[in-house]
Design a binder for this molecule. Structure first.
Ligand SMILES: [Zn+2]
Length: 286
């Protein structure tokens, strides 16, 4: 099995024809490795943007690319097609899912279909590497440069933010943390609609108490002192995307606030529960 570590650069543009913003991909950079993770090839191509020919200041600053550099590039579909031949059935890996989102967006824009033709299996390297060092946290993702620093992989800041350099750095990181967590667990089958549904799913907090996605049994709280179920003494209130209410334990004559949030994800609902003891001055209020 082969793997292709891919990194893209893009330029945000507004299309007057379709009245939408599109992140136009301007560079593909990738390294291909064999099953032992030895490098067997590199791919590096620029794309001439079509919607907006001038690069945004931030993109120029970050990538050191000029308008002239990209003007000489190929079209998105021709470069993507050459890249497809380079991939040749390998597992695609990217640092975080934003490159996959950009690919889906560009394919949708140019072909009207969200399908990425060369994608059959996918691995989010950011998730994999975070799991491998036991630092996986959906709400706090670690950027490529910071991750490299964290595990002591050297890199030159000047060379980063160009597609191939970022892909090479991702590979170095992967090789350093590999083996600490099974890679298969992070490889998704990607030649199916379910993959696109998963990628495009927008995680969100459920804020409607009557939603069928809310498991009411998760809204019961037990007293931290005696372990008995406490009685809810107030109506549920929505507070920073969590439901919050006050509880009373008869056995201990203690009050506390219980908070619970429900985050809807593609895989299901993630429940987060916590107990907040009332602050003394609050408890004293009439
Ligand atoms: Zn109690």
């Amino acid at each position: 099995m082969h793997y292709v570590i891919l990194d893209l650069e893009w330029n945000s543009a507004y299309s007057k024809t379709t009245h939408q913003f599109v992140n136009e991909i301007i560079e593909f950079g990738a390294v291909k490795v064999d099953s032992d993770f030895n490098e067997v090839g590199e791919f590096s191509r620029l794309i001439a943007p079509r919607v907006k020919k001038k690069l945004n200041g931030r993109v120029k600053q970050l990538t050191h690319l000029t308008n002239e550099d990209v003007a000489d590039g190929g079209s998105f579909l021709s470069v993507a097609s050459s890249f497809g031949s380079f991939v040749d059935g390998a597992v695609i890996m990217t640092w975080g899912t934003s490159d996959i989102h950009a690919l889906i967006e560009n394919y949708s824009f140019y072909t009207g279909s969200r399908r990425i033709p060369f994608l059959t299996a996918y691995c989010d390297l950011q998730e994999y590497c975070e799991r491998a060092i036991d630092r996986y946290d959906e709400g706090n993702q670690i950027g490529l440069g910071r991750f490299a620093e964290l595990i002591g992989v050297e890199f030159s800041e000047d060379e980063q933010h160009r597609a191939t350099a970022d892909a090479v750095l991702s590979l170095k990181i992967l090789k350093k943390v590999m083996g600490n967590y099974p890679l298969e667990k992070c490889i998704l089958k990607a030649d199916c609609e379910a993959f696109y549904d998963r990628m495009l799913f927008k995680n969100h907090f459920i804020t409607d108490l009557s939603s069928p996605d809310i498991d009411r049994s998760q809204m019961k709280f037990v007293c931290e002192s005696c372990g008995k179920q406490a009685k809810r003494v107030k109506r549920w209130k929505l507070h920073n995307k969590s439901f919050s209410s006050d509880f009373y334990c008869k056995s201990c004559d203690e009050r506390f606030t219980g908070r619970v949030s429900f985050k809807k994800r593609y895989d299901g609902v993630k429940v987060n529960k916590r107990i907040v003891a009332p602050r003394p001055q609050e408890a004293k209020k009439e």
